[in-house]
Every structure is written in C-alpha cells, then in structure tokens.
Design a binder for this molecule. Structure first.
Ligand code: CDP
Length: 806
C-alpha cells in the first residue's frame, strides 16, 4: 500500500533541491578542525623532502656538493638533476606545451628555482640538509622587463631551445619569444581606428600577483613496490589529469597510479599545474621505498609556484562622437617567466583573453598576444578566473572609462549605449565567441537604482567642490564595472589541456533503501560541491539532498574528469550530474510503470515519485522504485539503479554582473575606504543562493586585495621583494568592507538546468570596480590611467603627481 501524498510544496522542501539555501554539509568537519588535508597525513616510516632553491634569478651552476648534507644524521638522500636524468625526469612537460626543469640542469632561471631535493626524517632535518648542500653559482645578466627581452644584447634565457624557431604555439622570432597569438581582423580594425571620430589609447598593466591559497601546495607519494602501485595524495585541482600526466612521464601504467585529492584549502588556479615537488616526492618514494611528503612553506609558495596575470595590454578603442563604439584593438605583452607553464586550453595560449570585447556590441576587433620569457617564476594560472578572463575584463572596463573621459560622457551612459541588447543573444562576438544569454540593461539599471547613481554623482561633485575650496582632503571615487565572463571549458572540440578533452562527469549509484552516492570528476577546494551537487540531484531524482553522499577527488573511484578551475564545475560537471540524474529517472520510469501495471508513457514525474496520469492516488516513490530495482525481477530491465554521464558541453556559459564601488580616498595619506560595494551577479539558474553569496564575498575580497595591494614584485636583479605575507597583501576582516549582493537570473539555454558558473565572477568583475573607483576619484584632475595595485603609497604618489599636495 502506498502512503498518502503530502502536498507538493512540502515534498519539494524536504528535498532541499535547486534554489534552496541549504547549509554547507562540509562545514561540520571544517569548523571543528576535522578536515583531512595533505599535511595532516601521517604514515609509518614517512620521510619529508624539501628543496635547495636558487638565490639567483639567472646563474650558471658550476657545481653541487651534497656530501656534507648526506653525512647528516637523518638525511636519506639528496637528488639533483644528474640523478633524475637517467630516468628522463630532470625536465618535465608543462601544461602549455613547453618543458620545465624539475631540478636545475646546468643553470637557474628564476629566484627560488628548485636546485636539489633533500629527503630526510622530517622537515627540520631536511632543512639542515638544505643548508649543508653547497652550490657554486656564476651569475648571469637578468631580464625582468619583458620589453627588454628581445633587445639585441638581451641574454638568452632558454639555451635548451635557443635555436628553435617554432614553439608549441607557432613561430618564435627571438630566443626569448614564446609565441604570437592573434584573434580577430587586424586590417579591418586598423581601418576603423584610422577613420574613427574619436580614439582613446592606453597602456594598461595587470600586475603579477599570486593565488596564495590558505593551504600551500603539497603531496605525499607512496610507491608500494610489492604490488607496483603508486598512490599520491596531493593538493590537485585536476586529479585525473595528474594521473594521466604522471603515467605518461613515469611510464607507470595508469591503472597502477592512484591520485587522491583530500580536502583542499583553496586552489584558485595555484593547484592546477604539475610542480617539481610532486615529481621529486614520487622519485624519492621509489628510491627509499617509503612514503615521502613534500609541503611548501609560504615563501616557497609565493616565490616559486604558479603566478597569475603579468599582462601589459596596449589598447585602442574607437567611437563616434555620440559614443557608439566602432572598434577595439589590443596588443598584449605577456610575461610568462622562465618556462611557459600557463594553464590554458591548448588552442588558447592567452586563455580566453579574446573575450575582451566584454559586454559590448563592438563590431570590429583585433587582439594579439606575445608571450615572452623572463627571469621570473613560471605559471600564468587563472587566479580565480577562467583562463585570462580577468585580464580581459579589466582591459575592457578600463578602456571604457578612458573612452568616456575622452568623449566627455558619463561612463555609465557609455556602457548603456554599447551593451549587447537582450534580443541579440545568442550573440556572435567580433573575436569569435557565441555568448549564450544575457540581459545587461536590466542588470545595469537595477544596479544604478540600488546605489542611487545620480545621487552619488551629485555628492561626488559637491565633495570635489569642497576639496577645491580646501574644506576637505578626501575625494569620492565611483567605480563601475559591467563584466561578462566565459566559463565552463569545453567543449572538447575547442578545449583540451595536453590533449585531454575538457568534458566532465558524474556517476550515480542509488542504494536499495533509496539513498545514493554520486561521484564526480571535479574536486571542491572550498566551493561546497558536496552541498550543491546533491541539490541538483535532489531536484532531478527526488531523493532528499541529505540522503545523497557526494565524492570527488579519488581517481580509483571517481569517473574521469578534468577537474575544478575556471568556474567549470557547475557548467560542466553540474550538467553531467543533471544528465546522469535524468538517466536514473528514465529507468525509474520503466520500473514504476511495471510496478503500477501501466505503459511507460502513462506515468509522469511529480517531485519525488512517478504518478499514473489522471490517477494521482496511484504512484511509486523514488524510494519504492529503488528498492524494487534491486529486489524484483522486472522483465527486460537489468537489476540496479545506476547511471554515469560524461558531459561535453555544446558551448561555454557567459555569466555577467554589474558592480559598483564607492570609495573615499584621502589624498594626503593615500588611504582608501570602501564606503559601499554593490555586486549584482547573474549566473543563470541559482542552485544555492547562500553558497553563491559566499563565493561572491570571497571573490570580492580577493579582488580588493589584487586591486589595492597584492603583488609579486621583483627588483632589477630578479629578487622577489614580496616573498612573505609581511609584504604580500592578504586582506583581513579589518580591510574587508560590507558587500551588498544582488542578482538577476538569465538561464543558460544550453545547460540542462540553465546554470552558469559563478566562482570566478567576483574576482573578474571586482578588480575593475575597485580600480575604476581609484581612477574615477582623480579623473577631474586629469588622471586617465595608473597601474595597479593601488596601494596607499602609489595613491599618494598619484595625488602628488597631480599637484594635490602643497
Ligand atoms: O568550478 P567552481 O566550483 O570553482 O565554480 P562554480 O561552478 O561557479 O561553483 C561554485 C559554487 O557555487 C558551487 O558550489 C556551485 O554549485 C555554486 N553555484 C550555484 O549554487 N549556482 C550557480 N548557478 C553556480 C554555482
């Protein structure tokens, strides 16, 4: 006998499905200190490995003497490139088709580069060993300025490829040149610019910064020589890709490698790539026969692991006198450091920088990017962004401001005049993308109304007048940003990394009593996947989210996927989850129809059950169907209730947002105070509004850090001058303002539940809002452009250069 049916609303609420602000299931263990991070791992006999690092940015290595280190009690081995060479592991492939030294092979190319690997009883003995290794260096001239890298007398950095005129991304014109990548129509754009009524031109620098996750990178490698199985637990944002790459590099068959990402304390792109530390820990475990741990300290992390940005973007934008944009031109000089280790899809060596036409209907555009080698750490990762989208958004949102000044127009009006119209979607951009959906005018109007934009401008003008009368030393800046993101790589036909197609996956197994486990190819690093993906499933298969366990990160159990970065989890793995759920439902429909003795087409889905059409009292709940699927012989239907989906998205998703920052700037001290920050995000269908809000808060705080102080800086000798958290700005609650969040909801037409990604949006949209506020405060005094980060000292210098100090 069936139980009676509770009301639909009650049954929906019991599921905690789509649109519910379900509390994060992860937090019970995180807030009690019960997380399981790599450095928590303790294994019998485990050793610790750590690096001798180069103090020089560019030097030849004349000798390495390891004798004294090896003589220290507790030191088990010291590896150098000479030890790795017979294994073919002294160099490794990078994600960008270049190669990178695992341990210094003849020379070093950046400060902090890995020179030797000391394996010892623990990290303290390893450190003693590091101090005892004697390395003789011969200093070489250093390049820190990418614009000097191709001068005639520039030192050749990469002697290993000096004679190669072709790189992974086409021709190279100089030994320090990596590639030229072009997009759009150069001739047409230059013609439009030459005939334009108004052209604004700027050099916009997006400085070198670093993702700096709370947990640094690390791993524990354990080679079990009895059964030939290698297990590596590590801070991996893409565990399956690591398994494949590890197999290809080491020659160990892929089924004998197990990669596990346990809890990860933030990734932000820092944990996508493969680092020498992983290779050395694996080799050391093979050599010593016991597990070997490697965990960076904070200075290692800041100096040597993947940096972000470092793009010099020279832009020109043309318009009619009335402010209709006619063309956009950009040439970017991209400082990639010593090895090209950028984490970008193969066909996009400058990532998705060609989304730089932004939210605007710009008919003609051209983008060229030149990648350059310098004596800096390699990387070029998407720091909370989708493959250089944040650079693109910063570029266009600054160019709009510069154009507005040139036109004498209000920057908000200029945006309205040029937004892609709602009825133009799907929209084909001049640089080749098809934007899936958007409603920019609605979002923008909502944002302007929410902050009383007119009122703010009036107040700003009054303040300026008071400033000019000498009644105050503070100016008001209103920072506008309307960004469009591109997230969710694939599709496979366009996007691969090292030949691995960028799809994602979900496998669902319904248990006999009606609860479930779902495993995904992604891996959460704090985004709350265990909470939100269970919500997608709850809505798809009618099992309460709390009855669904979600697992990610173990390559022995999870289906193959390309991992979590670039806000791709929801657009790709989230879609796979919905699709796998629908396969479960399709089979459940057959089972329900059999149990109810009707044709398959005579039952319909109703929240958590199949109901006979026209006879609502006759139904089978998902729980009953699950039980029957395992326990009853159903003709023509296999026992069990499982499904897997490998999802290759037909397009990316294009979330967008309207951000407004109101900033008070003290012209005498250069200090800034964020008085108001309004952030409207449109990420399509919202799975969990509370998690979205948390993502936006976190991303905005990173954006604030980047715009207002965070930087990896080098002196002329290539020394990193910001290698500790004393110098590298991490905002605390003190600097973090109160954020006002809002939303519109424009579903993606091609995503099964209409969701777009959101994790990166606040960083992408936030940086221009903060930076534009600084520029806006000083624009009446003639400032059009100044480089980030806008720390107090730099703002003071702006005020000083504009003659605002007596
Ligand atoms: O790939 P990553 O997890 O970093 O980014 P994401 O796909 O944008 O998702 C970040 C978090 O926000 C996840 O827990 C998502 O499920 C959640 N989210 C949501 O609730 N609704 C959306 N439309 C997009 C993301």
């Amino acid at each position: 006998m069936n139980e009676s049916t509770p009301p639909k609303e009650e049954r929906m609420a019991a599921l905690s499905g789509l649109g519910t602000s379900r509390k994060r299931v992860e937090d019970a263990r995180f807030t009690q200190g019960k997380g399981n991070y790599v450095d928590d791992m303790k294994m019998p006999g485990m050793l610790f490995g750590d690096f001798v690092r180069s103090p020089y940015a560019h030097a030849r290595i004349k000798s390495i003497n390891t004798e004294a280190a090896l003589a220290l009690p507790g030191v088990h081995a010291v590896l150098t490139a000479a030890d790795l060479e017979p294994l073919g592991l002294h160099w490794m492939p990078t994600l960008a088709g270049d190669k990178q030294m695992v341990l210094a092979d003849g020379k070093v190319l950046f400060q902090g580069q890995e020179v030797a690997y000391v394996v010892a009883d623990d990290r303290y003995v390893a450190d003693d060993g590091i101090q005892a290794v004697v390395v003789e260096y011969e200093e070489l001239p250093v390049i820190v300025d990418p614009f000097k890298a191709e001068l005639d007398d520039a030192p050749v950095l990469r002697e290993d490829i000096a004679d190669q005129s072709e790189g992974a991304h086409g021709p190279r014109r100089h030994p320090n040149h990596i590639f030229t990548w072009e997009s759009g129509d150069r001739a047409a754009t230059e013609a439009v610019l030459s005939e334009a009524e108004v052209v604004a031109e700027e050099m916009i620098y997006y400085h070198r910064t670093h993702p700096c996750p709370l947990e640094t990178c690390g791993c524990v490698a354990s080679m079990d020589k009895v059964n030939g199985k290698l297990t590596v637990w590590g801070t991996f944002q893409a565990p399956h890709a690591v398994r494949t790459v590890a197999s290809l590099i080491s020659g160990i068959a892929e089924h004998n490698i197990r990669i596990v990402s346990p809890d990860i304390g933030g990734g932000f792109g820092n944990k996508v790539g493969v680092y020498p530390g992983y290779i050395c820990a694996i080799v050391a475990s093979i050599v010593t026969g016991v597990p070997v741990k490697w965990v960076e300290d904070r200075m290692d992390n800041l100096m040597a692991t993947a940096f972000a940005r470092d793009y010099w973007m020279h832009g020109k934008i043309s318009a009619t006198k009335e402010g209709k944009i006619t063309g956009l031109w950009c040439h970017t000089t991209a400082d990639h450091g010593a090895f090209d280790a950028c984490a970008d899809p193969t066909k996009f060596p400058a990532g998705f920088m060609n989304i730089c036409t932004g939210s605007y209907d710009i008919p003609t555009a051209y983008l060229a990017v030149d990648g350059i080698y310098t004596n800096k750490a390699p990387g070029g990762v998407a720091y909370r962004c989708s493959f250089r989208v944040t650079e693109a958004a910063y570029f266009i949102e600054r160019m709009i401001e510069v154009l507005a000044i040139k036109l004498g127009m209000d920057a908000a009006d200029l945006r309205v005049k040029n937004f892609i119209q709602k009825d133009q979607f799907p929209y084909q951009s001049a640089l080749g993308w098809e934007y899936d959906s958007g409603d920019y005018h609605t979002a923008w109007s909502k944002a302007l109304a929410a902050v009383d934009y007119e009122g703010l401008r009036a107040e700003q003008a009054e303040r300026l007048a008071a400033f000019n009368r000498g009644e105050t030393r503070k100016l008001i800046g209103i920072g506008l940003s309307h960004f469009t993101e591109i997230v969710g790589a694939g599709p496979v036909k366009n996007c691969d990394i090292l030949g691995l197609g960028m799809f994602d996956s979900c496998e669902i197994r319904i248990h006999l009593t009606g609860s479930a486990i779902a495993r995904l190819g992604t891996i959460s690093q704090g985004q709350g996947h265990a909470t939100t993906f269970a919500q997608i499933l709850a809505s798809e298969i009618g099992i309460p989210a709390e009855d669904i366990t979600l697992e990610e990160g173990d390559t022995d159990t999870a289906p193959y996927g390309l991992g979590t970065y670039g806000s791709r989890s929801t657009p790709v793995a989230g879609a796979a989850t919905a699709m796998a759920g629908r396969k479960i439902r399709a089979k459940a429909q057959m089972i329900a129809a059999y149990l109810l003795e009707v044709h398959d087409n005579d039952v319909e889905w109703d929240v958590d059950r199949f109901v006979v059409k026209g006879a609502p009292e006759r139904f089978k709940t998902m729980k009953e169907i699950a039980f029957a699927s395992y326990s009853q012989a159903i003709p023509g239907v296999e026992p069990g209730l499982e499904a897997v989906s490998y999802y290759d998205p037909p397009n990316m998703t294009y979330p967008f947002g309207a951000y407004i920052c109101v900033m008070e700037i003290d012209t005498d001290t250069g200090t800034t105070e964020i008085r108001q920050f309004y952030a409207l995000d449109d990420c399509g269908t919202r799975i969990n509004p509370m998690i979205i809000e948390g993502q936006v808060h976190g991303g905005l705080t990173e954006a604030l850090a980047i715009a207002l102080g965070q930087e990896i800086a080098y002196d002329e000798q290539g020394n990193v001058t910001t290698g500790t958290l004393m110098d590298f700005f991490i905002p605390t609650a003190w600097e973090t303002p109160n954020y006002q969040t809002d939303f519109t909801e424009t579903p993606s037409p091609h995503h099964p539940i209409g969701a777009k990604g959101v994790g990166e949006s606040p960083n992408v949209g936030g940086v221009p809002a903060f930076s534009n506020a600084v520029h806006d405060a000083f624009k009446s005094f003639g400032l059009t452009q100044s480089h980030m980060p806008h720390d107090h000292w730099r703002i003071w210098k702006i005020a000083n250069s504009l003659g605002l100090h007596d």
